[in-house]
Design a protein around this ligand. Sequence first.
Ligand SMILES: *[C@@H]1O[C@H](CO)[C@@H](O)[C@H](O)[C@H]1NC(C)=O
Ligand SMILES: *[C@@H]1O[C@H](CO)[C@@H](O)[C@H](O)[C@H]1NC(C)=O
Ligand SMILES: *[C@@H]1O[C@H](CO)[C@@H](O)[C@H](O)[C@H]1NC(C)=O
Length: 368
Amino acid sequence: MAVLISLLLALSSVFFTGPAFAATYLEGLLPNGNFEESPKPTDLKKTVIKGKYSLPKWEINGSVEYIAGGPQPGGMYFAVAHGIHAVRLGNEASISQTIPVKPGSLYALTFGASRTCAQDEVLRVSVPPQTGDLPLQTLYDSFGGDVYAWGFRATSNEAKVTFHNPGVQEDPACGPLLDAVAIKELFPPMPTRDNLVKNSGFEEGPHLLINSSTGVLLPPKQEDLTSPLPGWIIESLKAVKFVDKKHFNVPFGLAAVELLAGRESAIAQVLRTVPNKLYNLTFSIGDGKNGCHGDMMIEAFAAKDSFKAPFKSRGKGEFKTVSFKFKAIAARTRLTFFSSFYHTRIDDFGSLCGPVLDQVRVLSIRKP
Ligand SMILES: *[C@@H]1O[C@H](CO)[C@@H](O)[C@H](O)[C@H]1NC(C)=O
Ligand SMILES: *[C@@H]1O[C@H](CO)[C@@H](O)[C@H](O)[C@H]1NC(C)=O
Ligand SMILES: *[C@@H]1O[C@H](CO)[C@@H](O)[C@H](O)[C@H]1NC(C)=O
């Protein structure tokens, strides 16, 4: 019990004061979630952690290294964007931690992760019975500060969070680096009378790591029931980025999404519609004021209709709002968005970027 209480305290419960909720919810780093609490020097053999329970608050399995960011012996360089320390998961190694959660609630884990040597490194995240594989071959940010989110729905009052490297490389130490892990309970918004789109302004999303200015990548193949961006499906091959007002220009509210991998980076939502009814789709397209310049275009698809919204980015954080009509052909209409083009930042060709999408609205058009 004492352990549970200290876990809850460490998870920095905050009080939610909205009208519908009056309960505490979880948000923040997991206990020793930034790995700044070190194993004892006697539990380290060079960088390899000896013993299942030697990394404070975590359980380890297999070859896990405790790393300090910067140049490494042997000539490698590991960027640790969040704090100083990180762990590296060797072949088939894993770390896990059990945390208290509310059964039935939706959560997003946010974590800083990067590959260290092989192109095809994968990070497997699991909270049984859910599991997801994150391919790390695409570096979205050339400074190694990629932050990902992954969603799960709690099935009991405890969740065992595991990060596993399923790979087997020739060099057994090769594997993903994990430098911070946080969690946030999410409250999936409902459609309203004024808008059929849930979470239409992308305001409800994953936790943002302190001082992390790169946004949060929402990995491909996220289903709407467990998506870290409630209501939205990430259906593409590559990630979509959740961007915040503090570090990016967003057209409305506190957050938006950046479509940063061209046609490989799509986001969708299934709406309840009435067949043969006409609907008005409105959304905003802009740039995040993050050095992403040039001719941009968001393509939207709904039922049999498709639309193209061009936008010329001068990198000044401007946006425009466009609207289109579509006709529903079924009781469910899938609304999909992607960027027609690929972009990289003018100050850094290694960092992918793209148009920012915000404030998506769908309303039926009443006959005059
Ligand atoms: C530890 O890893 C090995 C090899 O992947 C696996 O067979 C074993 O089940 C794991 N043990 C635990 C407690 O997860
Ligand atoms: C965040 O950045 C500020 C200013 O650079 C610094 O004082 C603070 O310690 C940082 N916080 C963390 C948790 O890294
Ligand atoms: C669609 O919505 C926009 C924004 O509210 C409005 O300006 C436009 O007139 C609407 N179009 C139709 C056909 O209702």
